[in-house]
Design a protein. Structure first.
Ligand code: ZN
Length: 659
């Protein structure tokens, strides 16, 4: 048990922004800090940290809390473990009773998985440093590779003995649960050790906890796999892990570059040589989760390849995924027969670093040059190659960058620029079409799920803001989208809160404040009734008339009067900020937040308008035949996309909930 005093000390000391900053790159945004959420996949940040309030909140997935909750969530650990984690981080001595005693039930939980892996790591290290076998096989192997003892310690390297069940016996004697040993893959079903006579590489998560192991064989038998890894478990998902990210994340952020290599030993050699922004993916190709993990720290990736052609081909396929994430990818090809490990040893750190700088080639050009060499003059192969290159170029979102690639690649390939442009447009259009279909499908699924979860299936109206799409039967393939919900929301705030004082000093009202913000949108309002109310308000504000909410309930036009009355009688009928959550009649209007409420209603409408314009532009792109026109449309699309993310960012920082 950790004493209450200690818990309070940790809670009082651990600054939420400091704690989170180790896992998420945070940027200042007004009084808050924002970054890409570690709990759900997103391309624009909605993960917000308030240093003043010492809490975080993600406006994308809803996760939020204090520093302890962040660690619990991020590391999948229990409350006491999170307290211990932070105590260690802040060098706080915990008052703890019964430290040794581990609750038997706890042994089955994740915490105990980490404890067991820690035990195993120490065991493998001890084998290597103390046992005769470990010293002569394991230690001498690492020494031969040139690893210093400090390096071995840093990466927790060790050795697993030849004897069939020595580890399992030792662990069971130390009262570790045999089931957990099996789950973690340290012990086989028949109670033998899983790792036998192998050099051991622990795999750490972002906070340095051991979540799995890789074992390298000493056998020269070709049938024995060179490396075996722990199976996936509750704490180890290999698609989400990058080897050495724990050690490299600081250096990556500092260098604003991530170097990706293939092998564990490459990583370790480079780190030992002082090049520490280096990681490895355990598999051959990168996953989208791994790319997003890198993107938390930098947008620049440099990939190092050994000279062999098969490896390059396999890896190149995964790189389009990185381009899609708006990241910059460079490749470096090592001289024939060399890997990063061997080449660094051969030429030394300085020459190696210079080599990386000089030889780094932009991925698109690298790919183009490589394919040109491969294809030669075969016209059929050449056509296929152009398609392949164009596909990669189309993944680059930035229009300027993309047109540059097209120009340069046209030269390299000796084809007309217009042809590449046409092909690239085709590819982009295909992407837009596919993404749209996927989105529509996902939205529908989500709505159904939300209704099912709420238990209101069939009882509630369609979710506002999401299900406003109706089929226009005169044009069967066109979706008519209206923003009635968002438009009504602005009127709602206005007729309920318009006369409140927004700024004490300037004596301005909410209505005046809102007019400033929605004036530019007025012509975009679809609903004529709302539009007339909003226009009248502009006129009043411009004329300097004092705004009264009773003005509209006493209006001469009946429909205006009715609407204002409806909205005043039932002011709570509005959606959550994201328009996704199911709204309840009992939900209280956050009167204390009326300013934010007002601004948000406008932002929400802006978001809808931009979304809708984006869809329109996409439609035009899909229907356009002329390549120059398509380029112009793509430029427009880029501008709207940026505006949309800007609005979303603002929505993320000024929402009227918990902050
Ligand atoms: Zn999130």
């Amino acid at each position: 048990m950790i004493s209450q005093n200690s818990i309070e000390e940790v809670l009082g000391t651990a600054k939420v922004d400091e704690v989170i900053d180790e896992f998420v790159s945070l940027k200042q945004r007004g009084v808050n800090k924002i970054g890409l959420c570690p709990f759900h996949n997103e391309k624009t940040p909605s993960f917000t940290v308030s240093p003043a309030k010492n809490i975080y909140k993600c406006f994308g997935c809803g996760k939020g809390g204090n520093s302890v909750q962040f660690i619990m969530e991020h590391e999948s650990i229990s409350f006491p473990e999170a307290i211990r984690f932070l105590a260690k981080r802040y060098q706080i001595e915990l008052e703890e009773t019964n430290v040794e005693e581990i609750d038997p039930e706890e042994k089955l939980k994740k915490d105990s998985f980490y404890i067991i892996n820690d035990f195993a790591k120490a065991y493998f290290q001890k084998n290597m440093m103390e046992s005769q076998e470990g010293k002569s096989v394991g230690l001498s192997y690492f020494k031969e590779r040139g690893y210093r003892e400090a390096t071995m310690k840093k990466f927790g390297l060790g050795y697993s003995l030849k004897k069939g069940d020595h580890f399992t016996q030792t662990a069971v004697e130390a009262k570790y649960n045999i089931e957990s040993l099996r789950t973690l893959g340290l012990t086989s079903k028949s109670d033998f050790d899983f790792f036998r006579s192998r050099a051991m590489f622990p795999i750490h998560n972002l906070s340095g906890k051991v979540i799995a192991f890789a074992g390298r064989t000493f056998s020269t038998d070709k049938k024995t796999p060179k490396y075996i890894n722990s199976p996936e478990s509750e704490i180890y998902n290999k698609r989400k892990i990058l080897y050495a990210m724990y050690h490299a994340k600081g250096p990556i952020r500092k260098a604003q570059e991530c170097i990706l290599v293939e092998g564990y030993t490459d990583v370790i050699t480079l780190h030992q040589g002082g090049i520490e922004n280096v990681i490895a993916a355990s598999g051959t190709s990168l996953t989208i989760d791994q790319i997003r993990l890198i993107k938390r720290y930098t947008e620049n990736v440099k990939i190092l390849f050994d000279g062999d052609a098969a490896g390059i081909k396999a890896a190149m396929r995964g790189i389009d995924l990185i381009l899609e994430q708006d990241m910059n990818v460079q490749l470096v090809l090592l001289p024939d027969g060399e890997d990063p490990d061997s080449y660094l040893k051969k030429v030394g750190v300085d020459a190696f670093s210079t080599f990386l700088k000089d030889q780094a080639e932009d991925f698109i050009f690298f790919k183009t040059n490589r394919l040109i060499d491969e294809v030669g003059n075969d016209p059929i192969k050449k056509t296929r190659m152009i398609k392949d290159i164009v596909d990669s170029i189309s993944k680059v979102r930035d229009t300027l960058k993309r047109s540059l690639y097209i120009k340069e690649c046209a030269k390299l390939l000796d084809v007309d620029e217009q042809i590449l442009l046409g092909e690239s447009n085709k590819s982009i259009r295909a992407d837009i079409k596919q993404k749209r279909l996927k989105e529509e499908y996902a939205t529908r699924q989500q709505q159904r799920q939300q209704q099912r979860d709420s238990g209101f299936e069939g009882l509630v109206e369609p979710i506002p803001g999401d299900q406003e799409e109706q089929r226009d039967h005169s044009q069967p393939n066109k979706l008519v989208i209206n923003d009635d919900y968002q438009e009504r929301d602005i009127v709602r705030v206005l007729v309920n809160l318009g006369d409140k004082i927004y700024d004490e000093e300037q004596k301005t009202t909410v209505a005046e404040y809102m007019v400033i913000n929605y004036r530019e949108l007025i012509e975009m309002i679809d609903n004529q009734l709302y539009k007339s109310i909003l226009k009248e308000t502009i006129e009043q504000v411009d004329a300097g008339t004092e705004f009264k909410t009773s003005y509209f309930t006493n209006h001469s036009k009946e429909e205006v009067r009715m609407l204002a009355t409806d909205l005043q009688m039932d002011p709570y009928h509005y959606s959550d900020w994201d328009g996704k959550s199911l709204y309840l009649q009992t939900q209280k209007m956050p009167d204390e937040n009326f300013i934010k409420d007002g601004l948000n209603s406008i932002l929400r409408l802006k978001e809808r308008k931009f979304q809708r314009t984006l869809k329109k532009v996409d439609d035009m792109i899909l229907g356009e035949k002329d390549d120059t026109q398509i380029i112009n449309l793509l430029k427009t699309r880029e501008v709207i996309r940026k505006q949309l993310s800007e609005v979303r960012l603002q929505l993320g920082t000024v929402v009227p909930v918990s902050f």
